[in-house]
Design a protein around this ligand. Structure first.
Ligand code: FEO
Ligand code: CA
Ligand code: CA
Length: 661
């Protein structure tokens, strides 16, 4: 395999001049990258808004000239037969009451994270929203206050309705939105729908009938109940929603590897559930979440799930071809030949970046052929070389000497089920929590958020006995990496299906005013960088940059500005927020803060409408760290209200302006 050797700048510059020629000629192939179509409107201009200052206050700040609307809050009814949540009664224990779960299943769910936009026309869309996990200390009085940790399970055993409530609060909301002066949601839209931890979902693809999933004996596909820990997301060219199951291990308790069959023990080795109590204690009221009682159940989670928001009756499917891991998100683009490519990070320290390339091409004329495109194709994992080159290594049964019956793999089903182990064996590069991926519509370059690597540089034994080098390398140059970084990847030939790439560090996050702002990223042969060394895409004016850390979700506007939302402790003790910077031209890396969130929240979502006018963000777990009785945030309702995870829309007040201008 030939890995290109020129610099990533040369690759991107050449690509831009070629695109300029293409755009002026106007002859663009229908299936080329979206970037070709938008190049003409892609000036490398500075951002036009004054950045907001970071804050630790309990409010949402946005720049002057913009307005923000709370579109949907946890507990807002999606159907007129459901009552609205009464937030003032949460601290009284209303969610313990019989029937509360049934009501929640007809309302907007909890802890909104990734989103997908599905336009119907200029002023109407379907929106899919992930609800990642419950936060019982904010839902149930008693969880945090009076009880020792070991008693939380007993609380749930005595209150099975609370477990049912949490199961109804997670999953997905599909909601119709309409723009009528501002974005509002439509109660009783025929498209409105909740998918919860109990919705039947088909397991399909190479592990869809894997015996370790514990399906029926007759070899028919497995039906999973529900989807869990839905973190970030993506939308496909054929108009479906991909939702990523991330930290599914925390939902299952009573895991004891020694009590399992050798096959199950091996399947769990690299993604084990909790040995005693699960985080949410569901197993005390529902044995499905008790691994000892139901040893196959947890393997039905940790997948990419596909939903057609326009077809509420069509089966939801878990696409096992994309591997079982802690999927952060699923970013779908088209390769040059029309095959679909889905990038997905595995969000844990020292895990990997993957991409899946479909075997068949997307056909816009024949939608029925696109429906199961994600069941056949090649799953790859990334190896980052210290010289700036990189390879996509195929995770194919019998395609590599390490993925054969001799090494314990009997099928592609085994490879995807034990995806992390397979990636270990073929030499993938362990990264500092690889999270969301965004692809520039201007250059086709791929950006990967590596949120954090606090254990980078450690030399003691790796938990679980895994043999890896935790030292720095060029792609993970700081030890420890408290603030996170962003990698920039140029696929060979600007083709998302390429098997090689060039890459470089785009950003080493942190406080640029710390005195350690560099004009170039650290070279591979230099000593590991300290965690406070920063690099902002080449920007050198520290005072003009906004401090930020722990990049999580990424998105692009059509001008090639990268939008970044954060999840973690921020420099200067600020709350999490949303940040934006150009990736091209003289202002490359000039990060400005666009939004600051309330206390305790991470900021998620981060999707922009096609007209460039609205930024949708989700505010997840406001008030985390407080309790139902003693909230530390009252956002968005104010007063003494319980905090509510919510979807917000931010728009310029000037109807002729676009975001960021
Ligand atoms: Fe659910 Fe990796 O954030
Ligand atoms: Ca995330
Ligand atoms: Ca997160």
């Amino acid at each position: 395999m030939r890995i290109p050797t020129e610099s990533i700048r040369d690759v991107l510059n050449r690509r831009l001049s070629r695109r300029r020629v293409l755009a002026s000629g106007g002859g663009l192939a229908a299936l080329s990258l979206a970037s070709d179509a938008v190049w003409a409107q892609a000036p490398a201009s500075p951002l036009g808004f004054e950045p907001v200052a970071g804050t630790a206050d309990d409010r949402v700040d946005i720049p002057q000239g913009y307005g923000v609307d709370v579109v949907l809050r946890w507990g807002d009814p999606l159907f007129s037969d459901a009552p609205a949540l009464e937030p003032e009664r949460v601290s009284d224990g209303v969610l313990f009451e019989a029937g509360s779960a049934q009501v929640q299943a007809r309302q907007f769910g909890y802890n909104c994270d990734g989103i997908g936009l599905f336009p119907i026309d200029d002023d109407r869309m379907l929106m899919c929203v992930n609800h990642e996990f419950p936060n019982p200390s904010l839902l149930f009085p008693g969880w945090s206050e009076a009880l020792p940790t070991r008693s939380w399970g007993e609380l749930m055993r005595r209150n099975p309705e609370a477990v049912a409530y949490m199961q109804a609060s997670v999953g997905i909301s599909v909601v119709e939105l309409v723009h009528d002066g501002a974005w509002k949601y439509v109660i009783d839209s025929p498209f409105n729908r909740r998918i919860t931890a109990n919705t039947p979902i088909e397991m399909v693809g190479p592990a869809g009938r894997h015996p370790l999933l514990g399906g029926p004996d007759d070899d028919s596909p497995v039906t999973a109940l529900g989807t869990l820990c839905n973190c970030a997301a993506g939308t496909t060219p054929w108009g479906t929603y991909l939702t990523a199951e991330e930290n599914v291990d925390i939902f299952f308790g009573n895991f004891d590897a020694a009590s399992l069959t050798p096959d199950l023990e091996r399947a769990y080795a690299r993604l084990p559930p909790r040995p005693r109590d699960s985080r949410f204690r569901w197993e005390y009221a529902d044995p499905r979440f008790d691994v000892e009682a139901n040893p196959h159940e947890s393997l039905r989670f940790g997948w990419i799930v596909e939903i057609d928001p326009f077809a509420p009756d069509r089966a939801v499917k878990k696409r096992t071809a994309l591997g079982r891991l802690k999927h952060e998100g699923a970013t779908a683009v088209l390769a040059r030949d029309g095959r679909a490519v889905v990038y997905t990070g595995d969000d844990q320290e020292f895990e990997y970046l993957y991409k899946f390339v479909t075997a068949e091409r997307f056909d816009p004329e024949r939608p029925e052929l696109n429906r199961d495109l994600l069941d056949n194709g090649t799953l790859y994992v990334a190896r980052f070389l210290d010289d700036g080159g990189g390879e996509w290594l195929p995770l194919v049964f019998n395609g590599h000497a390490a993925l054969t019956p001799e090494t314990g793999f009997e099928s592609q089903g085994d490879v995807v089920l034990r995806c992390r182990e397979a990636a270990d064996r073929i030499g993938a590069t362990p990264l500092d929590r690889p999270e969301d991926v965004a692809v520039s519509p201007v250059t086709g370059a791929v950006y990967l958020a590596c949120t954090q690597g606090v254990n980078r540089g450690r030399t003691d034994d790796v938990p679980g006995g895994r043999q890896i080098d935790r030292g720095t390398d060029a792609a993970n140059p700081r030890a420890p990496n408290r603030w996170g970084h962003i990698l920039e990847i140029a696929e060979n030939g600007a083709d998302a299906a390429a098997e090689t790439f060039r890459w470089e560090v785009f950003m080493l996050c942190g406080d640029p005013a710390s005195g350690n702002l560099r004009a170039t990223p650290p070279a591979a042969d230099q000593a590991p960088a300290d965690t406070d060394v920063t690099y902002f895409g080449g920007s050198t004016d520290a005072d003009a940059l906004s401090a930020f850390a722990n990049p999580d979700n990424l998105s692009f506007d059509s001008a090639g500005n990268l939008w970044i939302v954060t999840d973690g402790t921020q420099p200067r003790d600020n709350n999490n927020g949303c940040f934006v910077c150009p990736t091209l031209g003289d202002h490359r890396g000039d990060v400005r803060q666009f939004m600051s969130g309330p206390i305790g929240a991470e900021i998620c979502g981060c999707e922009i409408t096609a007209d460039g006018r609205t930024l949708f963000l989700t505010v997840q777990h406001p008030g985390e760290g407080g309790s139902a009785v003693n909230p530390i945030s009252n956002w968005p309702d104010g007063g003494t209200a319980t905090p509510r995870p919510s979807l917000v829309a931010i728009e310029p007040t000037d109807p002729d302006r676009k975001l960021g201008e």
